[in-house]
Design a protein around this ligand. Structure first.
Ligand SMILES: [Zn+2]
Ligand SMILES: [Zn+2]
Length: 270
């Protein structure tokens, strides 16, 4: 479409900051089959940039959460930005896909950022569903409180539903996993790439239409798999939130950086 030719073509980097080795297939799907086995989990933040703009998607967790939840913190995701020649002070826009502990920590390390989040996610994280352990388990109350403090400091931008955030960067409300989870659609040289975040933790969740067990609404989660397909230029343009295959499929930022890959270039089949 002619309108798209004028859109910026962003670079997108997936930055792995943590890992969980001891995880099996039955931990990652509501319904399991007889083929249970190891299925480790990676943890990412994503960096979108063009010559004009830099946008961080999610902020990861810190040492306290890693210790409490026994995750292997590889490197603080905010500190990792230095590899891309980005200082934390220079980040002005951060998209928070949802407020789970592994996506919304470290907010205090971004002193000049505005945080873009779905209104439904903040309501969910502060509302009556958090009376139940099954829903609040993946939230860290300190992160939620920090986000609320930022609301009072005029540093949170609330979005309601699908929104064009800036030219070539769109927010897509999917819900399902949490009430207000948003995925991020980004225009690149290879077309529209969709950062699913936890709308699909692994490729297998969306490919097999097999929901992840941490879920607010199973129907919205399953509908979300179809929405991801609609938003992306092809199945190879959808990037799941936690799949170790992402690091194996996409080209590295440079040979020394095993934890940073380029999502604006095509994946190779593994
Ligand atoms: Zn999550
Ligand atoms: Zn997650």
């Amino acid at each position: 479409m002619s309108q798209q030719t004028s859109l910026p073509k962003y670079e997108i980097y997936a930055i792995r900051y943590a890992h969980l080795e001891k995880r099996t297939r039955k931990d990652n799907f509501i319904s399991t089959d007889a083929h249970d086995g190891a299925m480790p989990m990676d943890f990412f933040v994503w960096l979108i940039r063009s010559p004009e703009r830099t946008v961080l998607v999610d902020t990861g967790f810190g040492e306290r959460a890693a210790k409490e939840r026994q995750r292997q913190l590889i490197k603080c995701p905010i500190a990792s930005l230095e590899v891309l020649d980005i200082t934390p002070e220079s980040i002005q826009d951060v998209i928070i896909t949802h407020l789970h502990y592994d996506h919304a920590g470290n907010l205090d390390k971004l002193p000049n950022a505005r945080f873009h989040i779905q209104e439904a996610e903040v309501h969910y994280a502060c509302g009556h569903h958090m009376c139940h352990g099954v829903f609040r388990h993946a939230y860290d109350v300190e992160d939620v409180v920090t986000l609320v403090r930022n609301v009072y400091a005029d540093r949170v931008v609330f979005h309601e539903g699908d929104t064009a955030l800036m030219p070539g960067i769109e927010l897509a409300l999917i819900g399902g996993h949490t009430k207000g989870l948003q995925s991020v659609r980004v225009h690149t040289a290879r077309g529209w790439v969709v950062l699913a975040s936890d709308a699909s933790h692994y490729y297998d969740n969306m490919h097999n239409i097999s929901p992840f067990p941490i879920v607010y609404h199973v129907g919205d989660m399953v509908d979300g798999y179809a929405k991801l397909q609609r938003l992306a230029d092809s199945p190879d343009h959808i990037v799941p939130g936690h799949d170790p295959l992402v690091l194996r499929q996409y080209p590295r930022y440079d040979a020394k950086q095993i934890d940073i890959v380029k999502l604006h270039e095509p994946p190779s089949l593994v």
